[in-house]
Ligand binder design. Structure first.
Ligand SMILES: [Cu+2]
Length: 290
């Protein structure tokens, strides 16, 4: 009777695991740097930081799966082994020094084993030592602005394209009028600030999520592995239009990037810069230029 239900439970667990694996494999097949309906798992990695995040994620997934299965097996065994019907006279055992040492030391070792790669990754994500160029990102209610200090201070604003104006093939709530363009294979130092409330610059496939705080400059870095467009969103609840300030990072080969810079300088030199604002220094009110 007991063995029968155990077998049924084990059968169900194996079936569940099979369905889950199939879904993950299906979802993993999608090579897209934006969210997809019914997506499971993470977007494919397009930067060294994201590759390392995915690696740590997969390691942790294995560890928590093994721990969960181990604890489940122990619980089921204890329920069966010490059931009342087979133990009319209950055992009075309360302590076992050996077991207590094991269940203290082993989890500690597991935590240390997780902490080492975790801290290594935190420092790797923090900043790049060898920056080839700098990109300044500023969060506003409710759009982003970008500035290129190494390209003659080129700057522009990036607004979402409203649903009614979308052209065929453009992504709803993700497409912007001016994409932020970076060269591939280049260490880009990203300085992030804000002018009004807290925002967050998040691009999933590049492994970046950093707060844009008024009066403060946060630093991170990206290095895009291959050309393409990588989508993200502000992921700090920042007001009524929080959902309408997407991010589109376009990575171009270096020569094409230089051409883009020359073109962008002409385009944005003449464009009106009404809402132009700069990252405010600590303790200073955000300043809007005339
Ligand atoms: Cu925001």
């Amino acid at each position: 009777m007991v063995m029968g239900s155990l077998k049924r439970a084990a059968g169900l667990a194996v079936f569940g695991l099979f369905i889950f694996t199939a879904l993950v494999l299906l979802a993993g097949g999608a090579e897209a740097s934006f969210p997809l309906p019914w997506q499971l798992g993470m977007q494919p990695s397009a930067s060294p930081v994201k590759e390392n995040i995915a690696w740590l994620h997969n390691l942790l997934l294995v560890i928590i799966t093994v721990i969960t299965i181990f604890v489940l097996v122990l619980l089921v065994y204890v329920m069966w082994r010490f059931r009342a019907s087979a133990n009319p006279k209950p055992t009075r055992t309360t302590h076992n020094t050996m077991i207590e040492i094991i269940w203290t030391v082993v989890p500690t070792l597991i935590l240390v084993a997780i902490a080492i790669p975790s801290f290594k990754l935190l420092y790797f994500m923090d900043r790049t030592f060898e920056a080839d160029m700098t990109l300044k990102v500023t969060g506003h209610q409710w759009y982003w602005s970008y500035e290129y200090p190494d390209q003659g201070g080129l700057k522009f604003e990036s607004y979402m394209i409203p649903e009614a104006d979308l052209k065929p093939g453009q992504k709803r709530l993700l497409e912007v009028d001016n994409r932020v363009v970076v060269p591939v294979g280049t260490n880009v130092r990203v300085l992030v600030g804000g002018t009004d409330v807290m925002h967050s610059w998040m691009v999933s496939s590049l492994g970046v999520q950093i707060y844009a705080v008024p009066g403060r400059v946060n630093e991170t870095w990206i290095r895009v592995n291959k050309p393409g467009t990588y989508y993200g969103q502000c992921n700090q609840i920042c007001g009524i239009n929080h959902a309408y300030m997407p991010i589109a990072v376009e990575a171009l080969p270096k020569a094409e990037f230089d051409r883009w810079v020359a073109e962008a300088k002409r385009k944005f030199a003449t464009a009106p810069q009404d809402g132009e604002v700069r990252i405010a220094a600590a303790g200073e009110q955000p300043v809007a230029a005339k």
